[in-house]
Write a protein that binds this ligand. Sequence first.
Ligand code: HEM
Length: 398
Amino acid sequence: MTDAAELDLPFFDYSAPDLTGEVYHRRLAETARHGWLAQAPLSYVVLDRESAEFFLRSRATAFPGPQIADLFGVTGGRLREQIDANIVNQTGERHRRLRSLVGPAFAPRAAGRWRPVMRGFLDGLWDPARTSCDAVEAFARPYPALTIAAVFGAPAADAPRLQAWSAWVQRQFDIRALAADLPAIERATAEVYAYVEDLLAARRDAPGDDLLSTLLAAEDEGDRLSRAECVNLVLNVMAGGIDTMQAQLAHALRLFAEHPDQWALLAAEPGRAARAVDEVLRFEPITPFTARVCLEPVEFRGVAFPAGAIVAVCAERANRDEGEEFDITAVREHRPLTFGAGAHYCLGANLARAELEEALAFLAPRMPGLALDGPPRLGGVEGIYGVESLPVRWRPPR
Ligand code: HEM
């Protein structure tokens, strides 16, 4: 067995300023040509499906939220409180308990219930007189925030605020933003805590037909969420369910604008939306890297990782083990790792899939000949891989 530190590994800088678009995919592919393991600024990186699944599923690893917070001096205040309480940072029995209490509220049927509401929002955002737009501004930004507001029974007028908070709070997972924008992330976290506490108080007095009321009533063998757990979960879901969806929908529309034949297939048969969503998630994961810290010494493929070692898990390479072509008709063997794997598999995956499917099935027949109308502005890939703007045009439907 060899210590990871003794290996002569290729270096992959996931915080390089030019790491986006095709440069990012090319650089990752070049690094992976040297093998499944690389060195990165604060961690190792694993670059194929088997190694990615191993580190995500291992009970000897955890999400390194508190370790990263310590590195960036986030040692107190509401952001640290949120990081320590975040479901993604819980392990063992504590995590299992939270998942069994809230899991049913996010099951496929529960998520599917919101599909008519989603279609209503898409209809409201659609302007039949237009044949060009910035697809981020027109759809990808407003739609997930409206959906999350509806799911929680929050007023639709609050959606823009929720969207802005989500963008900031999610930057706790982005090491470049933690270094540059910490005060703004702290401020947004404090604001969203106050908002969620008010919303919960109102719902406790007047329960409704929404997720918040379901969580408040959630019970598992006599066990219930405490008030603090409820606040933190709502905050996790609000923050985790908007920015991610915005990014994934924007990349989906970008990919289709770049692959007109695939868009035409979908427009002709919107029933292909579920398959199309799978392929978008596989091909352009907006969570290209997540991470694990080794809680004890871990061995994989003859390499020893000491306790405390941080391993970035690359979903992009893991997913592309099954091909470098974007093809919504291809049959793939594996589920993409874009939502993670194992105990922390994305709680909102069913809701996210439903939102993406509804959006693609709605837009494809209405936007024939979708094409880029200028270069998209893409974000960095070290946190959530977002799209800042996406100019597109299309022919008026016949
Ligand atoms: C396309 C959109 C989304 C993507 C790509 C995504 C991705 C992920 C990934 C990769 C993880 C696991 C992180 C890890 O194990 O290291 C995760 C966890 C999580 N996601 Fe999502 N997510 C998306 C949408 C959502 C939505 C819509 C919600 C809420 C409605 C949500 C809520 C959560 C929560 C609460 C967790 C933590 C689960 C746990 O620790 O048990 N996500 N997500």
